[in-house]
Design a protein around this ligand. Sequence first.
Ligand code: NI
Length: 256
Amino acid sequence: MLFDTHVHLNIDQFDEDREEVMRRAKEAGVEYMVVVGFDRETIPKALELAETNPTIYAAVGWHPVDAIDMKTEDLEWIEELASHPKVAAIGEMGLDYHWDKSPKDIQKEVLRKQIDLAKRVGLPIIIHNREATEDIIEILREENAAEVGGIMHCYNDSAEYVQECLDMNFYISLGGPVTFKNAKDPKEVAKIVPLDRLLVETDCPFLAPHPNRGKRNEPAYVKLVAEKIAELKELSFEEVSDATTNNAFNLFKIKP
Ligand code: NI
């Protein structure tokens, strides 16, 4: 059994065939997933999917690219939703220095506010990081994010930062890039992260794993990620799928 810890089945790329995609996931052994909401449109859709599917959970948060759009009411809304029985985490949140829609100082403020919120409600956080690892680690440390822990989602930096993330109570989640032929860092990371701190995800519809790179990604493909990790760690597929699924249960406090 596999647990895809980061999917965006709540966005319009899946409007035409969402049920079909979910059926294929089940066929591939992907029983559980967390649908991640990140703004006013995607949060209600994540909750709707979680409410109508017993093995689907939701995460609610505000994406760093749109940090500039977040109002006080949005944060209050997210805090209210945190007590929903199917909300398993706060996020995704983080820093994204690739796009410049939201200035860095605003992104940092919105990240700090959401970490604070997560600590108030006692839920783990999901971190989105693009080209901002050092600033993220600094903020996680300053805000004592270790209190709730969480996920470094689609971890894509070098192995040198892994230990610090582990020390702060974070799991490392790997996605499609670990399967890319030219990807060195994620492969190195897969080797060094202890099996009890590793998660798998697709981040679908983005970042489809090899050999589907460039196509729309979907939860069934998380199997390709787990297979590659098994190969890199010289373990069986079952060892990797069992461990990563149990890790997700522990982190999200899900009783299967
Ligand atoms: Ni995402």
